[in-house]
Design a binder for this molecule. Structure first.
Ligand code: ZN
Length: 479
């Protein structure tokens, strides 16, 4: 059957490492990626010594609710923890504490922008759970690191709403942005802070019933998710075309070889014997708590993005970049308030400031900028008043970035102020060039390098007070 007659139906289970100070059920530091030595962030509770009891970290609940609000979910005022029993060597207490029946949030619709279009995807729920320990295989022995034990995780389960890999990848990118915006998680896929199990099934386009799904594990990059979906689609099409039946199974994606292999079939599926966690009370939240968190989050990234597109007429790319980080969008809005010029504010931030920050040795942050936002606004206003050329305005921003100070003072110090000074500058250039007739002839014939000699002579004639950039434009005009 032609491949176009099949469609993919995909749903996701997304695991996110929650960025709390301490672990989910004890006071140990939650520093999975920062712990330099094994077993330094541990205590009798997270090592599950006999008689120890978990106590819930309210910060994780707060971040879980925040994630729900970011994704436009319905927050459950009462949620509970359940025990999921299974044995694995990285789980010496033989159970995980999770939320099976009454998770922290229930379903709602998440709005995501794909290619400039708002798309809606429904999610099933978000729940909280603890991470397992970490096993380190070394030669013939296996070592155990408890730093990760009881570190909080959040799992987002979607409905079967995705039809292709682009939707999945864009949805995950948007989620990553939301979590960073709300400081719920750093969601770095390389560090496994955001990873995804992808459930893929196929059906004929005219069918309404879902096909049998395969769950793909081990996916921690957007591109590997795309590859795994393509590969799984073709695998299932081949099976159906051959007249065979698709088995429900868990498959392991090998992104080096671009193949998946069976990990577990439905027959091996474990019975987890879920039951309410006896050592923890239900989580009870009131309206005031939820509303305060809503206020703390402020305008959601997707609403900001739509506003930047519609009200400020920014491009899709710029709107995406400026809403990718809370601090960045706040800085941009401060600039708009000062300059009343969204387009220029956007361009100075995205093309000049972000480039300078990117070039910083240790990675630059807006909060470490040494000059005040109003100085950048002044640069824009000088350009708008034609007192500064846009080429030279870049020099002023670079100067502010390097040595702070005031935009106005830098403009004067570097003799960059336009209008009144143009005549004086031209005079200097005319005088210098009038004595260099031979060199100009040589330059015109073949010695292009002489151009910088002319610039140097003009600089010298102006007692090195002017910026060379300003002379280059005039000299180019004159010869
Ligand atoms: Zn602990």
């Amino acid at each position: 059957m032609p491949i176009e007659n099949y469609e993919k139906v995909i749903w996701l289970e997304i695991h996110v490492r929650v960025k709390s100070e301490t672990k989910l059920f004890c006071n140990c530091k939650n520093a999975v990626d920062l712990a330099l030595e094994p077993n330094i962030n541990v205590c009798p509770v997270c090592m599950w010594f006999p008689g120890m009891l978990p106590s819930l970290n309210s910060e994780v609940v707060r971040l879980g609710v925040k994630a729900g609000l970011l994704m436009n979910c319905k927050i459950n005022k009462i949620s509970r923890f359940d025990r999921k029993s299974y044995f694995y060597p990285d789980l010496p207490n033989s159970f995980q504490i999770t939320q099976m029946y009454e998770p922290i949030t229930w379903a709602w619709i998440v709005k995501v922008m794909i290619n400039g279009e708002i798309r809606e995807f429904s999610i099933h729920h978000i729940h909280l759970e603890n991470d397992a320990w970490k096993l380190i295989h070394s030669g013939w022995q296996t070592l155990c690191d408890y730093n990760r034990a009881w570190s909080p995780l959040m799992e987002i389960v979607t409905d079967p709403v995705f039809r292709d890999k682009e939707e999945v990848m864009e949805f995950l990118k948007e989620l990553q942005k939301m979590f960073r915006f709300g400081e719920v998680s750093d969601a770095d896929m390389d560090k496994w802070q955001l990873r995804c199990d992808v459930n893929v099934s196929i059906r004929k386009v005219w069918d309404t019933k879902l096909g049998t799904r395969a769950e793909l594990k081990n996916l921690n990059s957007f591109s590997s998710i795309g590859r795994a979906i393509d590969n799984e689609f073709l695998r299932q099409v081949r099976i159906l075309d051959a007249g065979w039946v698709i088995e429900q199974e868990t498959r392991w994606w090998d992104d080096d070889k671009w193949v998946s292999t069976t990990q577990r079939s439905k027959e091996d599926a474990m019975d987890y014997r879920y039951f309410p966690e006896p050592d923890l009370l239900p989580i009870e939240l009131d309206d005031e708590y939820i509303n305060n968190l809503k206020k703390e989050l402020g305008e959601l990234p997707i609403s900001k993005r739509i506003r930047y597109l519609n009200d400020y007429k920014l491009s899709e790319d710029d709107s995406r970049i400026l809403t990718s980080d809370k601090e960045l969008s706040e800085y941009f809005e401060e600039m708009v308030a000062l300059t009343r010029d969204p387009k220029k504010s956007c361009s100075y931030i995205t093309t000049i400031l972000l480039a300078l920050l990117n070039d910083c040795k240790d990675g630059g942050w807006l909060c470490n900028l040494k000059f005040e936002a109003k100085e950048l606004a002044n640069v824009i206003s000088l350009v708008n008043k034609d007192e500064l050329s846009s080429t030279n305005s870049k020099i002023v921003v670079e100067e502010l970035f390097k040595a702070w100070g005031k935009a106005d003072e830098i403009v004067d110090k570097l003799w960059l102020r336009q209008k009144n000074d143009t005549d004086a500058l031209e005079k200097i250039v005319d005088e210098v060039l009038s004595k260099l007739g031979d060199q100009i002839a040589e330059y015109k014939e073949w010695k292009e390098n002489l151009f910088w000699f002319f610039v140097g002579q003009c600089m010298k004639a102006s007692a090195w007070k002017w910026n060379p950039k300003i002379f280059t434009d005039i000299i180019k005009k004159k010869i």
